[in-house]
Design a protein around this ligand. Structure first.
Ligand SMILES: [Zn+2]
Ligand SMILES: [Zn+2]
Length: 354
């Protein structure tokens, strides 16, 4: 098959590679669409990864071409996977938990101490084929395209962040960072009844996209003083929920400055630098009894909550658009596209079609 293969840091080649072995409990997927994640950039160009050579790619969709022999499902409640058939349209949760550590035993698989991961610890989907555990497969509902489904993973990550909050109905929210996950999160917050949401970014094109899908309160923080304008609109109260998805000192400080007393701040974005918080803002957290909460990954294999099925359901109903900021490219153009992404010349999220 053809694949994008990372041989060492900065050396990704589009070349021939053996089709993965399809064994018991695993299925072979013909990849139809695979997204470039923000985390793939350092993986390819700076930090490298766990094994070389490695095929990256963990946000994807495709068609089952072969199913290994059946294994018992990971837990009861992960239904339907015993019935997978060739030709089924699917997407795949990329984390493979050990199922033995204390976090797995509690059902928090994304906190697993010894997990495996498609696209970083074992071969991923920037290829014509990828081998995946059957238990990680989700069938696509009718009407969800392969490109949309390739973004199920970031959509589930956004939903997981919202589940860190008790309720959204009737609340006010501000969101820093309106990239793919940000715009998905805003749509999910709307589905869940948020009263008012301020979308903040420095990229006018993203804010324009936000307005096109009906979000009226957008703020370009390059042109407008975010803190002043939100405090003015909220009569100096601030907002009840703030999502920090930009990851720089300025936005962490702004996030605290606009959070209402007893409010909650969710840390969603990967930090891009060391963060220094102003003394007054730390006091504000103390005196206002503000909660700061981290969020990571998503719940896909739990019987209690299945965020993957939930977002796929919203996509099928047309309530959630995942590809607003995406653009498709043939996989063989990956190096050209990566270069443009790094130079800042490609601001849309690339989705590769092998
Ligand atoms: Zn990712
Ligand atoms: Zn584990």
């Amino acid at each position: 098959m053809k694949a994008a293969v990372l041989h060492k840091v900065g050396n990704l080649r589009y070349e021939d590679f053996p089709v993965p072995y399809h064994g018991k409990g695993w299925a072979l997927i013909k990849v139809k669409a695979v997204g470039l994640c923000g985390s793939d950039i350092p993986r390819i160009f700076e930090t490298g990864t766990y094994i070389f050579p490695l095929i990256p790619g963990h946000e994807f969709s495709g068609e089952i071409v072969r199913v290994g022999r059946a294994i018992p499902c990971l837990r009861r409640g992960v239904k339907g996977n015993a019935k997978l058939r060739e030709g089924d349209r699917v997407t795949v949760f990329p984390l493979i938990p050990c199922k033995r550590c204390r976090y797995c035993k509690m059902g928090f698989f994304s906190q697993c101490k010894q997990y495996d991961y498609l696209g970083s610890r074992r071969h991923g989907a920037m290829a014509e084929y990828v081998e995946v555990p059957k238990q990680n497969i989700f069938l696509l509902p009718r009407g969800v395209s392969f490109a949309e489904a390739a973004l199920t993973e970031p959509a589930a990550v956004a939903l997981h962040a919202l589940y860190k909050l008790k309720t959204l109905r009737g609340k006010t929210m501000a969101l820093f960072g309106c990239g793919t996950i940000g715009l998905i999160l805003a749509q999910l917050a709307r589905i869940k009844g948020i009263k008012k949401i301020f979308l903040i970014d420095i990229d006018e094109a993203r804010l324009k996209k936000a307005r096109e899908i009906g979000f009226r309160h957008t703020i370009n923080s390059k042109k407008t003083n975010v803190v002043n304008s939100i405090l003015k609109i909220t009569e100096r109260e601030g907002v009840e929920i703030v999502i920090e998805g930009a990851g720089v000192s300025a936005t962490y400080n702004q996030a605290i400055a606009i959070t209402a007393k007893l409010g909650k701040i969710i840390f969603l974005g990967n930090p891009l630098e060391d963060v220094v918080l102003k003394k007054d803002f730390v006091s504000r957290i103390l005196r206002g009894e503000i909660t700061i909460q981290g969020t990571w990954n998503s719940m896909a294999l739990s019987t209690r909550k299945n965020e993957w099925k939930e977002v796929l359901g919203y996509m099928a109903k047309g309530k959630l658009k995942t590809t607003l900021l995406a653009k498709t490219f043939p996989l063989e153009e990956i190096n050209k596209v990566l270069e443009r992404v790094r130079e800042g010349g490609e601001r849309r999220k690339p989705i590769f079609l092998p």
